[in-house]
Write a protein that binds this ligand. Structure first.
Ligand code: NAD
Length: 284
């Protein structure tokens, strides 16, 4: 058996095309502010992709760029200004930040209803409570979209999440729990990973370690979502051994799987934030 490849690029394009129509039908423009500090190479690529994708769906994305040595006060005053600007519906701070900046304070200073990355504690709490007011982090939201788009039955399945970062693993676990999965969160100190993998119907591999999930451990028919972006011998690879395709029922490729969905979901969150802001009273 060979797995069905989940074409994240195509699914993201379809979602963005739908979004483009919805955005065009709105009575006013949607604004997204992207705050970038420093010249981290990967961040610059991610920001460029976000700006390009936003323009393609008709969202006005504006980049606010600071030099590496910018002060906390200066970034904070920009966030205050963006929070108050009615033309700005979404605000993201591109991570990682230089070490001298207090990431937690800056992320918490974004108005929850403009927090389209879903990193504010209020949005994290709302996600945990299953509230539809939550803005949910784009990567886990994109993963759920892929699973549902492929018609995968989640209820009652054993889901193993490998890696429990605040931006991927933990929110992904919470979303799958709400869909009726029995969720296990594994991490760097987990001792029996091969056993957990053998028992998993759905695996979300998000640990950033090349080919951590060995094909020989994968259960026949398992659904494999590979979030990892790694380089091995100069080539891009995920956290799952490619030979696992022989055991899985569905698998995401790297690249072209989860990555494009993250950008599409960020735009979707911005659209959702706009709608919520027009219909609801602000929470802060
Ligand atoms: P992180 O570094 O914040 O967290 C990594 C997690 O994996 C931690 O919980 C750690 O304990 C765990 N871990 C590390 N090594 C492990 C191992 N050998 N076995 C089990 N657990 C292990 O990472 P992150 O920001 O969540 O990113 C994870 C990976 O996903 C990276 O490769 C990153 O580039 C990628 N990523 C991709 C997208 C996308 O859109 N495709 C988005 C975010 C992150």
């Amino acid at each position: 058996m060979s797995a069905k490849i989940i074409n994240g690029k195509k699914i993201a394009e379809e979602l963005q095309n739908l979004l483009k129509k919805d955005v065009a039908a709105l009575p006013s423009a949607i604004g997204l502010a992207i705050v970038q500090i420093g010249d981290d190479e990967a961040s610059t690529i991610y920001v460029r992709n976000k700006l390009k994708a936003a323009a393609a769906v008709g969202i006005n994305a504006v980049l606010h760029k600071f030099s590496e040595d910018v002060s906390q006060t200066k970034v904070s005053s920009l966030i205050t200004k963006l929070n108050a600007d009615p033309d700005v519906n979404g605000i993201i701070i591109q991570l990682p930040l230089p070490a001298h900046l207090d990431e937690e304070t800056l992320l918490e200073s974004i108005k929850p209803e403009k927090d389209v990355d879903g990193f504010h504690p209020l949005n994290i709490g709302r996600l945990q409570n299953g509230s539809d007011k939550a803005l949910i982090a784009a990567t886990p939201k994109g993963i759920l979209y892929l699973l549902e788009n492929c018609g995968i039955d989640l209820c009652g399945g054993n889901a193993l999440i490998i890696g429990c970062s605040k931006i991927v693993g933990r929110p992904a676990g919470m979303l799958l729990l709400q869909k009726g999965c029995t969720v296990t969160l594994a991490h760097i100190h987990t001792k029996n990973l091969p056993e957990l993998i053998k028992n998993a119907d759905i695996i979300i591999a998000a640990c950033g370690c090349p080919q951590t999930v060995k094909a020989e451990w994968v259960k026949q028919g398992a659904v494999l979502i590979d979030v990892g972006i790694n380089r091995l011998n100069g080539k891009l690879c995920g956290d799952i051994e490619p030979a696992a395709i022989q055991k899985a029922s569905f698998i995401t490729p790297v690249p072209g799987g989860v990555g494009p969905m993250t950008v599409a979901m960020l735009l979707h969150n911005t659209y959702e934030a706009y709608l919520k802001q027009k219909q609801e009273k602000p929470t802060k």
